[in-house]
Design a protein around this ligand. Structure first.
Ligand code: PEP
Length: 258
């Protein structure tokens, strides 16, 4: 059984004050959630949002972490700095970081191993561009992102994988539930091959890319999809809480494990 996990990625939105307001609205709306609920907030919002989340069922996440423990890395933030504020999750390798900030499978790998060593749970993002999909390279790209980006991970079930087709992020264009399910099934199969079949059955794999209150139920009903990484729709409490309550039955059983 894999407990579904719905995580919001605020990206570079919400000042600390606005972030506190948003989580204060969100807390009562998601207090009975059956899935894990996470908000990944801008680094500077972390202290204030951490305080506002105390005693709630919403876990705190960051959007990046440096791989070194400390030192001369101006502008960067270490895993220990995040942990001191109770951060539990950290997004690593989001396509925007790969596209605009020179993130590579190698740096994704280093950040992921550092986060795991510090006891954080990485949410590692992988996914193909439109051109890669249209030229039949999706599996090749995912294979590389898994073998290089996740190299050296002892137990793959200790991370969360977010499958985010780049062409579906912030575009309003969602992968169909079947497309997402098929690709996530492929990712799980590859993880079984590269790591171990048992860990691959346990690892939670989210879908991300224009997931919203309208399409979340259909996506979440798919056997391979264990959650969502939500950008735009995580910025409004009503939208995000509707996704959290995608299925009032809560825990989704993985039929293959029964
Ligand atoms: C994201 O940023 O991870 C994302 C999925 O964004 P959106 O939901 O806005 O497509």
């Amino acid at each position: 059984m894999r407990k579904p996990i719905i995580a919001g990625n605020w990206k570079m939105n919400n000042t600390a004050k606005q972030g506190v307001q948003l989580v204060n609205e969100l807390k009562p709306l998601v207090k009975d959630a059956n899935c894990e609920v996470v908000v990944c907030v801008p680094a500077i919002d972390i202290p204030a949002v951490a305080e506002a989340l105390k005693g709630s069922n919403i876990a705190l996440g960051a959007q990046n972490v440096h791989f070194a423990e400390k030192g001369a890395y101006t502008g960067e933030i270490s895993a220990d700095m995040l942990k001191e504020y109770g951060v539990k999750y950290v997004i690593i390798g989001h396509s925007e970081r790969r596209q605009y900030f020179g993130e590579t499978d190698e740096t994704v790998n280093k950040r992921t191993l550092a986060a795991l060593a510090a006891g954080l749970t990485p949410i590692v993002c992988i996914g193909e561009t439109l051109e890669e999909r249209e030229t039949g390279k999706t599996e090749e790209v995912l294979d590389r992102q898994i073998t290089e980006g996740m190299k050296g991970i002892d137990d793959i079930s200790k991370i969360v994988i977010a499958y985010e087709p780049v062409w579906a992020i912030g575009t309003g264009r969602t992968a169909t539930a079947e497309q997402a399910n098929e690709t996530i099934g492929y990712i799980r199969k590859k993880c079984a091959e590269v790591f171990c079949p048992k860990c691959a059955e346990k690892v939670r794999i989210q879908y991300g890319g224009s997931m919203n209150a309208g399409n979340c139920k259909q996506l979440m009903a798919m056997s391979e999809i264990d959650g969502g990484l939500i950008g735009g729709a995580s910025l409004k409490s009503a939208d995000f809480s509707a996704i959290v309550h995608y299925d009032e039955q809560g825990l989704k059983l993985n039929k293959d494990l029964l």
